[in-house]
Structures are given as structure tokens and as C-alpha cells.
Design a protein around this ligand. Structure first.
Ligand SMILES: [Zn+2]
Length: 306
């Protein structure tokens, strides 16, 4: 366990002064560079490191304060779907080093950019409905998160979870094995519940009970639905709040997935979120450096009074 207490305090100090802007999507950006549906996006850390680095650099130029590593599905269980489980160490180490390189390349920066380790679900069903044991899930995330801390991430963002037991295991694995700040975020449908039926209030209470440093919502639906989710979260939360909406609700047009929300739409929502006291804001699927740039321009003009 490295001594990351100072990084944690540094991030919290910044968050107490102003909201921080997280970057936008990685997966849908990689698709525009040729990643195929059903291909392992994290393998691109090995095969296309320059593409991944350029995307990070575009987000940094757009104004992001936090960039997320290309590790969303880089846990051993998820990687085994692609027969890549033996590359778990390599893929995660490379991801952090690529993010560091991107920051080093942007030499004109006058601010500190933080690297967040992105952690997503295993994609498997836990007991009692499926056959995956909580202890295996814990071990799975412990392995990935310890690698990320050793290689130098500044915080962990658990994102796009819908099963409370799975995200709890990932959260515990972070709290018990690292000194990193950890934000825990779940994905809610239009009915304001996760597909496992978890509502925002319960998510906040349980995750903060497990010592999450921040909680929030991301992916699934566009900013409109997440605005309702975050409003409920704000009422019960005692900690930092994060939101990463998709660029609207994806539509199928001529066999392609289209994300309808323009950079302007996302920027207007960003302002609304910040005014309601959200501390961390970024974009999920369908967002691009243009969305982050528009969001950055909007929220940097805000006057933060809290
Ligand atoms: Zn997403």
C-alpha cells in the first residue's frame, strides 16, 4: 500500500473549492477509430496505445481535470471473455502509463490533471441468481485496483454498476487494499432504478455506509433522467456527488447507434448540475472532446458559492 493520503486530501481540497470536470467516453471514441462491436477495448492499450493516448490528450485540451484510464473492463473475469485474462497486469499497467504519457505531452498545462482508474462490472451474475461468488468478485477487483494504485492512479471511479452486491465488493476491495479515494456510481433507467431494482436513495445509503468517498450515477440514460436521480441522491448524501450522463438516450438509426445530445445540450445540463451542487461531472457513452469542451466553457464561468 503506497502512501496516497496526500493525493486524496489534494483532490478533496479541490472539490471543496470547485467542481472538477471528468473526461468523456473512451469506448465510443475508440469505435470511431475502428474498434469493432464485441471487440475488447482494453486490448487497445497493447495494440493501439497511440490512439488511446490521443483521446486522453484531446480530453485534456478540452478542459478535463480528471482523465479515466482505459480499464473499464480490464478485470480478470471480464477479460476472460476474450481469452485475455493472462494480460490483466499488462493491460492495466499500460493504461496508467498511457494516461501519464498523455499528461506529460500536454506541456502547456498550468493545472494538475488527476488520473482516475475506471472500474466496470464483471458482466457476470452473482449468487444467488448466478454462480459467481462475492468472494471471487472481491478478489477480481482487488487484483485490478492494486495494480492501478501501484502504477500510479490518483483515484478510483467505479462506474456503470447495477448490482449493489457487485459494486460493494469492488468498493470494499478498494478501501481495504489501497489508500485511494473512491467514487461509486451506478446506472439508472428511466424509472429511476437500476436494472436490479436499486433506487438512488438506497444506493447512496449503502455505498456511503461502505465508506465511499463519493457516489453518483452514470451511463444508461441521458442527462435529463440523471438530473432526477442526482436530485434524490443530493437529499440523502453526506459526501461528494458525481454524474457522467450519456450524450442522450442512444437511438438506432440505419443500423447504427446514435447519441442525440449535442455539446450545447450537455453544456446546459452541466451548468444545471453544478448549480445543484454536483462536485464531479463528466460524460459517458457518446460524449466526445467537443462535449467536454462545451461543458468546460460553461461551468468555468460559474460562480461557486458553496
Ligand atoms: Zn456509458
Amino acid at each position: 500500500m503506497k502512501s496516497d493520503i496526500n493525493i486524496k486530501e489534494e483532490i478533496k481540497e479541490q472539490l471543496d473549492k470547485k467542481p472538477l470536470l471528468i473526461d468523456g467516453a473512451m469506448g465510443t471514441m475508440l469505435q470511431t477509430f475502428g474498434l469493432k462491436q464485441g471487440e475488447c477495448s482494453e486490448e487497445w492499450n497493447i495494440s493501439h496505445p497511440r490512439v488511446v493516448r490521443n483521446i486522453h490528450q484531446e480530453y485534456i485540451k478540452a478542459g478535463a481535470d480528471i482523465i479515466l484510464t482505459n480499464t473499464f473492463g480490464a478485470n480478470r473475469i471480464k477479460l476472460s471473455n476474450f481469452g485475455k485474462e493472462n494480460d490483466t497486469l499488462k493491460i492495466n499497467e499500460l493504461a496508467v502509463n498511457i494516461a501519464k504519457e498523455a499528461i506529460n505531452k500536454e506541456t502547456s498545462l498550468k493545472k494538475r490533471i488527476f488520473i482516475a482508474g475506471s472500474i466496470g462490472p464483471t458482466g457476470k451474475i452473482l449468487e444467488p441468481y448466478g454462480d459467481l461468488k462475492v468472494s471471487e468478485v472481491y478478489k477480481n477487483y482487488k487484483e485490478q485496483i492494486v495494480i492501478l494504485e501501484k502504477t500510479g492512479v490518483d483515484l478510483i471511479i467505479l462506474e456503470t454498476f447495477y448490482d449493489l452486491e457487485e459494486i460493494k465488493a469492488a468498493l470494499k476491495a478498494t478501501k481495504e487494499n489501497t489508500n485511494l479515494m473512491v467514487v461509486a456510481s451506478m446506472t439508472f433507467d428511466k424509472n429511476l432504478k437500476t436494472i436490479y431494482g436499486v433506487d438512488p436513495e438506497k444506493a447512496v445509503i449503502v455505498l456511503e455506509g461502505e465508506r465511499a468517498d463519493g457516489v453518483g450515477a452514470n451511463c444508461g440514460t441521458g442527462p435529463e433522467v440523471l438530473y432526477k436521480v442526482l436530485k434524490i441522491m443530493k437529499e440523502v448524501s453526506q459526501t461528494y456527488l458525481m454524474v457522467e450522463p450519456n450524450a442522450g438516450i442512444p437511438e438506432f438509426v440505419a443500423g447504427k447507434v446514435i447519441y442525440p445530445a449535442s455539446p450545447e445540450v450537455m453544456a446546459n445540463y452541466a451548468e444545471k448540475f453544478i448549480r445543484s451542487g454536483i462536485n464531479l461531472i463528466g460524460g459517458c457513452c457518446g460524449t466526445t472532446p467537443l462535449h467536454i469542451k462545451a461543458m468546460s466553457a460553461k461551468i468555468k464561468n460559474e460562480n461557486y458559492s458553496w
